[in-house]
Design a binder for this molecule. Sequence first.
Ligand code: MIC
Ligand code: SF4
Length: 645
Amino acid sequence: MKETLTDKILKAHLVSGNPTAGEEVTVRIDQTLTQDATGTMVYLQYESMEIPRVKTELSVSYVDHNTLQSGFMNMDDHLFLQSAAAKYGLWFSRPGNGICHQVHLERFGIPGKTLLGSDSHTPTGGGLGMIAIGAGGLDVACAMAGAPFRLTYPQVIGVRLTGELQPMCSAKDIILYLLKLETVKGGVGKIYEYFGDGVKTLSVPQRATVTNMGAELGATTSIFPSDERTREFLKLQKREEVWKEMKADEGAEYARVIDINLSEIVPYAACPHMPDIVKPVGELEGMPVNQVAVGSCTNSSINDLGAAAEILEGKTIAPNVSFAIAPGSRQVMLNSIEAGIFEKLIASGARILESACGPCIGMGFSPNSGGVSLRTFNRNFKGRSGTADASVYLVSPETAAASALTGVFTDPRKFQPKTHKDYSSFCKTDDSMLIPPLSPEKAAEVEIVKGPNIKECPKARPIEENLCADVVLKTGDNITTDHIMPAGSKILPLRSNIPEIAKHVFEQVDPEFYERALAAGQSIIIGGENYGQGSSREHAALAPMYLGVRAVIAKSFARIHKANLVNFGILPLTFANAADYDRIDRDDRLEMTDVIESLKSGRPISVVNQTKNLRFEVLSDLAPSSVEIMLAGGSLNYTKKMLEK
Ligand code: MIC
Ligand code: SF4
């Protein structure tokens, strides 16, 4: 049979199950990555499994999110993570070394391997021909402990690229165009596999921009073949020995094929407040801009900074614009200095930020009230920038730079710079901020350091046969994990302290949620379509669990969040008849009976709305193992038992 690249890699890693779209399978994980904001919980959970050393081929703990250290909490977390990495045999990427996805691509990714990361943009590794999947922290902890990763075998969508990008049009515009076509929920249960003649025209960092932001499609991941361009990239990274060719068989069958002619791609922008509200930049031209930022794991390679620098060379940004850049890694920063890119950017008026997530997650550089901010990032959810009423547009580095210069939304094709260089040969590697794993003997002596803000991870409860609880919140469609568990510089430092961070659950949606949920004791949330899209943060399940949320009934769920709900013992259910959504209100009392029986037999669960005296049915499409997890009281208990066996 002619196989897709996805099939080849997944089948080579298959541990159990039938590799057919929609079926549950488990796969072996070769590499893992964590970042600090999700990582503290990961290592607390790993610690409780009592496994002396990680069982993966390679695991890396990065610090890139919480690097704004106003107070002791963040640095305490960094030291905890450093000591846990030393104790359990991981690499540690020190704060300031760069964004996990950028550094992993440069220093660790290997074509054909599987990578599981506790961050939703882990699919960046797909740019190198890896199956790189974002997951909740607990799943990553389990993978480090040697457990295979459970996933629904995806549908493989082929994206055939032809033609070549035109000057000033960029990889970001390709993925924005795809988001326009497919929407933020179009990719649930799917892997986007790129193929065709156009592939070779894209460098690895360009491919990584596309696979990174494929996360916004809701996809399991995205992947490019590993070819001569991949070899070139790895050679520059002095890692050519890990290269191998990886591609789909000629004539492989995809569930569906999307054709994209790169020559027809124009500059696009995702408009407030969703990555799929995409318009050509031409339609937005002339709108005044207050702020511009180039960086994030989507667009912070040397060529991204170089493209911006070429537009700005010898000129000064508009007086109404504040312009910042955050290089993706120290390596990118050092090479950009050598290539003269930094000089051009600084001379044009750019503010230089640290190599970290920074403004992407609301860690500084928040826009002014009601401000318009153009960012080369991947998410523009309302309030994520730290300014509730700001309008954030997601654009390419070219559009960002052109608009910084003019002070208004500008199609970059108006600026054809004197030079248009490929800077990728500026590639001195820099591992000075990477600490390798210790030997098992030395690791055994390491003491794990925990500051006072690091509190134990609360435990899930097994589900019960009957559940009677109030609806504490009813939401609309596309609720993101940023709505459920906001981030930003004030809340992120509480990631290691669930009782404290729980006070902020749904804060922007309903400021009284916390008090009401606490008072209810146990409760149910009603959601619309694509509930829980966006980040992998398990805090969006953990903190509601801590507040007594026992079930979420929604029209549909995003993949990672649904898995996180199961991991922490919250039942994800969908309406058998979507119209029932309209017949429930906040504060209604719902009663479910025979829950366990129905889950096991796959029958719908019957729900009585006691307040309205109505009956309706909800469905659970949980695989048998997920039902087992719910019965065991969460994934940690379940995995411990499995590993003991
Ligand atoms: C994000 O981009 O939303 C984050 C912050 O990187 C998250 C992880 C987190 O919340 O810690 C993600 O994408 O998974
Ligand atoms: Fe960091 Fe932003 Fe990338 Fe998330 S999307 S990993 S916050 S740079």
